[in-house]
Design a protein around this ligand. Structure first.
Ligand code: OFO
Length: 165
């Protein structure tokens, strides 16, 4: 059984994942409108992944005798300066998510909730991957600099880039 404290913390994380999904969706839509179709595809996929992260949490809460709550969400940022700004945003957002996951893990240990602690290991691993991917993309953008041809190729490559690259 989940303690009310852990249930509340997990529901807060449901909200964070749902908000992440919305952020990525807004970035995807902006990129598509600007003509960056490959980047948009990458971000649409990422938005779906965040929704999956949210669902996994919500179902776990229910399985453990709690109630997974569907949160109200604020409108995300919908306009961006450029592609670099998008991926800097992605990176700092993922660092924030990692921090939240870590404090959840910490709370589970303090509360001796080993079942939830075990469940959260999936998210710990996922965040390593998310940070790595965001860093990889920022490094590529640094290499590209102001080179328009480079950005064109980057956009094309992102259409098929996934977590395993
Ligand atoms: Fe981006 O990993 Fe969930 O939030």
């Amino acid at each position: 059984e989940l303690s009310p404290k852990i249930e509340k913390a997990l529901n807060d994380q449901v909200e964070m994942e749902a908000a992440s999904s919305q952020y990525y969706l807004a970035m995807a839509s902006w990129s598509e409108v600007q003509g960056y179709n490959g980047i948009a595809q990458f971000l649409y996929r990422h938005s779906d992944e965040e929704r999956a992260h949210m669902l996994k949490l919500l179902k776990f809460i229910n399985e453990r005798g709690g109630h997974g709550l569907v949160p109200a969400l604020k409108e995300p940022t919908v306009k961006f300066k450029n592609i670099n700004a998008i991926f800097e945003h992605v990176f700092s957002h993922e660092l924030l998510v990692s921090k939240e996951i870590n404090s959840l893990v910490d709370m589970c240990l303090n509360e001796k909730d080993y079942a939830t602690h075990n469940f959260l290991q999936w998210y710990v691993t996922e965040q390593i991957e998310e940070e790595r991917l965001a860093r990889y993309i920022l490094d590529k953008l640094k290499l590209i600099g102001e080179d328009k041809g480079g950005l064109y190729i980057f956009d094309r490559d992102l259409a098929t880039l996934d977590g395993n690259d």
